[in-house]
Design a protein around this ligand. Structure first.
Ligand code: HXC
Length: 511
């Protein structure tokens, strides 16, 4: 009898969504909220909470679970907390019971010191619950902020996310979207059409690609839900469970000597300054198994950020990418990298930086959009980070960008440079124009030859890594093919680095 009632209630909880809504969901080729959780977690590890919670008056209670599945489980044997919104129940909208369940999950994650993964598919604040639903969004935001930098917070956008449903993900560390089946925006196309007159499709406004490549709200676009969940599992393999732990190391078999990939670095940098090459080739040669989990890959491709391992230990990699905008730092690139460096610092991931940067991107648009204020974030992030910082200058390190990209002066622990490094205030042509304008004007028709000689002299004397090495700004000038060995040795030596945080409430990063 007692067992019968339990089975009846549990069965109702498993069929909480209306048949029509479930059919529509299935027809769109989507996993159910529960299937996503089961896919993500280790088999049989889900310990569901509040499955039988419901909202509403005693004589007219709402569906069991109130549109969200919550609980704890494990991924690769490591504890996590998870919540997954069920769009087939009241559009996955945020109401009182729904909110209470999520807050409990967030509090549990902080108490246990484990990552929290949110799977979001929601119409936002539950309209029929009025201010209560708004209150729960604010409460959730407060929980996200409290958990920020304490435990990793990963959000998967698995379908529509509108209104308040986008702000909790925005406060999390990493946002993953599913191509073509997920979207997020604060205000949807219908409202835009009537309020601002703008005509835009759902996909153009809030699809995965728009959020990944244009606004930068999304850090990874997955082909489908399974790939998204797999990517999250892989991401977590690089992260500690909380900020008090070190990232998990994996067994590592040393690769002695110089491999073909190492040797290829000796000839990678082109002779011509303005010729591009793929900095990912350098990263591949240095990190274990040539594996880099890129984060924010579609946004600001002029800087590459990602997670990798060196000698089995996770690191965060930041690298200028000469293939895009010559690797110049623009607003998007500096914000992308600043956020990534702070993420690494919060979770004890050493920062490995590869530099080939002609400077901050010049231009009226960049100045007006705030390259000063926004570009300063990267300087703030590097200066503030207390994790081990290893920097390798590959080619250009000009001007402010030299200073910002993990220089010794911002507290880097080990700074290496290739012989091809050009550490200088600016490039040769530009420098000669500033320093020798009068002489060039007087040279008349000899001006091109004079300019060439002056540029050559500038290159030889001022655009080398040796002036920096003489002052200790660069610890060593190394053969490119020895980079893997040198970086490995540096990170090994720095693995015991501890730097106490400054006693204050918090810094004031220029937001
Ligand atoms: C209650 C909601 C809901 C909501 C959707 N539903 N959103 N119920 N509150 N916010 C219900 C629908 O009534 C419908 O119920 C079911 O969920 C599925 O919704 P559809 O509209 O049929 O789905 P779809 O066509 O896919 O459209 C998805 C959508 C749309 C774009 C998300 O539902 C929508 O525009 N919803 C409203 C979005 C919104 O304005 N939210 C409030 C924002 S204000 P039935 O019974 O028909 O199946 C906000 C402020 C928070 O969130 C501030 C925090 C700081």
């Amino acid at each position: 009898m007692a067992l019968g009632e339990l089975r009846e209630r549990t069965g109702a909880a498993l069929r909480a969504g209306s048949e029509r809504a479930v059919l529509k969901h299935r027809a769109a080729g989507k996993m159910s909220a529960r299937e996503r959780v089961l896919w993500l977690l280790d088999t049989d590890s889900l310990l569901e909470t509040d499955q039988l919670a419901r909202h509403g008056a005693a004589d007219a209670p709402g569906p069991y679970g109130d549109g969200v599945i919550t609980g704890t489980g494990t991924i690769d044997g490591r504890p996590v907390c998870v919540f997954s919104q069920d769009f087939t129940v009241l559009g996955g909208s945020m109401g009182e019971t729904h909110g209470r369940k999520i807050l409990k999950t967030m509090d549990t994650a902080v108490r246990l010191g484990c990552p929290v993964i949110s799977i979001n598919e929601s119409g936002g604040a539950r309209i029929q619950e009025g201010v209560v639903s708004l209150a729960y969004y604010a409460e959730l935001g407060r929980r996200n902020v409290r958990a920020s930098g304490l435990v990793p917070q990963i959000a998967l956008i698995a379908g529509p996310c509108a209104g308040g449903a986008v702000y909790s993900p925005a406060l999390m560390d990493v946002v993953v979207m599913v191509d073509r089946s997920s979207y997020m925006f604060v205000t949807g196309p219908d409202v835009l059409r009537s309020v601002t007159g703008e005509d835009v499709t759902v996909d153009e406004l809030g699809g995965a690609r728009a959020n990944a490549a244009v606004s930068g709200n999304c850090h990874h676009v997955a082909r489908d839900e399974a790939e998204a969940l797999e990517w999250i599992q892989e991401l977590l393999s690089y992260l500690p469970s909380n900020a008090m732990e070190l990232p998990p190391a994996v067994p590592f078999t040393p690769v002695p000597g110089r491999t073909a990939r190492d040797l290829a670095l000796d000839t990678l940098v082109p002779d011509a300054d303005n010729q591009g090459y793929d900095v990912r080739e350098v990263i591949s040669a240095v990190v274990d198994d040539a594996e880099l989990l890129e984060i924010h890959a579609q946004f600001a491709p002029n800087i590459v950020c990602g997670l990798a391992r060196v000698e089995g230990r996770p690191v965060g990699v930041v690298a200028n990418q000469p293939l895009h905008r010559a690797g110049a730092l623009d607003i998007d690139a500096t914000e992308k990298a600043a956020r990534f460096v702070r993420f690494c610092d919060a979770f004890n991931l050493p920062v490995l930086t590869f530099v080939d940067v002609p400077g901050y991107l010049p231009g009226v648009a960049q100045e007006r959009d705030g390259i000063i204020r926004r570009g300063a974030k990267l300087l703030h992030a590097y200066a503030e980070a207390t994790v081990p910082k290893v920097t390798v200058v590959l080619r250009k390190a000009y001007g402010g960008a030299y200073a910002v990209m993990g220089s010794k002066h911002l507290g880097a622990d080990c700074n290496l440079a290739w012989p091809t490094a050009q550490i200088a205030v600016m490039g040769g042509e530009a420098a000669v124009e500033v320093l020798h304008r009068r002489r060039l004007a007087e040279a008349g028709e000899d001006a091109p030859a004079v300019r060439e000689a002056l540029v050559e002299e500038y290159r030889r004397t001022l655009m080398t890594p040796y002036a920096a090495a003489e002052r200790g700004y660069v610890d060593a000038v190394i053969e490119p093919s020895s980079t893997r060995a040198q970086v490995g040795a540096a990170l090994r030596a720095l693995s015991t680095k501890r730097e106490a945080a400054v006693g204050r409430k918090h810094g004031n990063i220029p937001l």
